[in-house]
Design a protein around this ligand. Structure first.
Ligand code: SF4
Length: 374
């Protein structure tokens, strides 16, 4: 294979163009081959919240750039069919910029990125699940969401969370490639500790993540697990992924992950759904499952439970929880010895809150059945 030099690429010039692109947003610095690399923003919405302005923006992707999420997905969803299917009129992905104010009063912005168009995981409480999986994103399409937030929306992004559309571990290589680019000190320069992968718990992907975290510089990558249920019975019902990898197996791999991450905390997310997972016996079962991540002799716990009040999706069978019930559940978990906080809801009215990302155009399509991961 020809070297970069033989192909006429002059390294210092290439590095200067790369820096100009990622540090100053100068797209003209790139060769013509990169034209259209940043998908255009076709819709955006703003919502005022107490911390500032939440911005949701949608980029329209190139339909020809498809990569299947996995061989299994490719079996079920041949790319040709997807790309010629008129019912999928546009491949739009959504990203959300969320303002935050920390304990010291410092204002920061978190970018919630998508890793797939749609999602195959079929979680019962999630808007995106209604679309099924359309296709996975390339590393470039993931990084382009950061670029658009930074240089088109002109917001300094402090943190990045993979909590938008898609299951990041269902698109493992592209997500890890995107993080390598986002943290590159010649380019985007986002600190590894400011990036969090949020997963439903694909155990095969988590096993691979254990190996990635062992690499130099990756230990501080943030990990969040959407637990959402106190036991297999409830989890099977609302998260089909659990039928493939039950909670005992999931906990094993999370402990392996904890062991290689030093003192970095693991975030456990729990979407509180009235009548589904909010009873007192649920709190007990959950505390028992989380016990190994809890208090250690003279040290702070390595697990933090984040309770998220359910945001009803369109046509949801469940309502949002009442505020006193959320407070009571959080207090109960703390009483049971689990380090627990609650997340404030932002963007509910824009359908931009967690589990509500989904493009109305293609909502309702189910290219991959829920039992795909069952
Ligand atoms: S909650 Fe996440 S993993 Fe589950 S269906 Fe929605 S986008 Fe997919």
């Amino acid at each position: 294979m020809a070297t970069a030099r033989e192909r006429g690429v002059h390294r210092p010039a290439a590095l200067a163009a790369y820096r100009a692109f990622f540090q100053q947003g100068d797209a003209s610095a790139l060769p013509d081959a990169f034209d259209g690399w940043i998908a255009p923003i076709v819709r955006r919405m703003e919502e005022e919240v107490s911390e500032g302005t939440t911005i949701k923006f949608c980029q329209r992707l190139d339909r020809q750039l498809g990569v299947p999420a996995s061989d299994r997905a490719a079996d079920r969803v041949p790319l040709g069919v997807l790309h010629q299917d008129d019912r999928v009129r546009h491949l739009d992905i959504e990203s959300v910029i969320i303002p935050m104010v920390g304990r010291t009063g410092r204002k920061t912005h978190t970018l919630c990125v998508s890793s797939q168009v749609g999602c195959a995981m079929g979680c019962g409480f999630c808007e995106t699940a209604q679309m099924g999986l359309i296709r996975s994103l390339t590393p470039a399409e993931i990084v382009a969401q950061w670029w658009a937030a930074t240089f088109v929306e002109k917001v300094h992004i402090d943190n990045i969370v993979f909590m938008g559309m898609g299951e990041p571990l269902d698109n493992f290589d592209a997500v890890i490639g995107a993080i390598a680019c986002l943290t590159d000190h010649h380019g985007c320069r986002v600190p590894m500790s400011n990036i969090t992968i949020s997963t439903v718990g694909r155990v095969d992907g988590l096993r691979r993540l254990v190996e990635v975290v062992k690499r130099d510089g990756w230990k501080r990558l943030g990990i969040a697990l959407s637990v959402n249920a106190p036991n297999d019975e409830v989890r099977d019902a609302i998260m089909p992924v659990n039928r493939r990898w039950p909670m005992a197996e999931l906990r094993e791999v999370m402990l392996d992950l904890m062991a290689v991450r030093g003192t970095r905390k693991i975030l456990f997310e729990y979407v509180l759904i009235p009548g589904v997972n909010d009873a007192d016996e649920h709190a007990h079962d959950l505390a028992a499952w989380l016990e190994p991540f809890g208090k250690r002799e003279g040290k702070s716990p390595l697990g933090l439970l984040n309770v998220i009040p359910y945001n009803p999706r369109r046509n949801s069978p469940w309502p949002a929880p009442e505020e006193p019930d959320v407070e009571a559940f959080v207090a109960r978990m703390n009483e049971l010895g689990v380090y627990t906080k609650r997340r404030r809801t932002k963007g509910r009215s824009q359908m931009a809150a967690c589990g509500q990302l989904g493009t109305a155009d293609i909502r309702g399509r189910r290219f991959v059945a829920a039992e795909h991961h069952g």
